[in-house]
Design a binder for this molecule. Sequence first.
Ligand code: SF4
Length: 88
Amino acid sequence: MQEGQRYCRKCLLREMDEAEYFKNMYDYIARLPHEDKVSDEEYERRLSICKGCDYLLQGMCRLCGCYVEMRAVMKVRGCPDIPDRWKA
Ligand code: SF4
């Protein structure tokens, strides 16, 4: 998002086009405080595990309902499977 550009904070997914939704998600990830995020290496490690997981469906984890790129970036989030496939 360009500086000074406004965006809707109250839109439902069905009210956004797909490209705009994903842009918002990546903007959100980029704005997270650095200390809340895992390292790039850990992020890629987590995502590579998700990519090999049967619960991944169109970018979303079918166990927790999260977009895995959003979940995997957070230090405090772990894989919801039992046993977990990657830890918080
Ligand atoms: S978060 Fe865990 S259960 Fe969900 S897709 Fe990733 S590896 Fe699979």
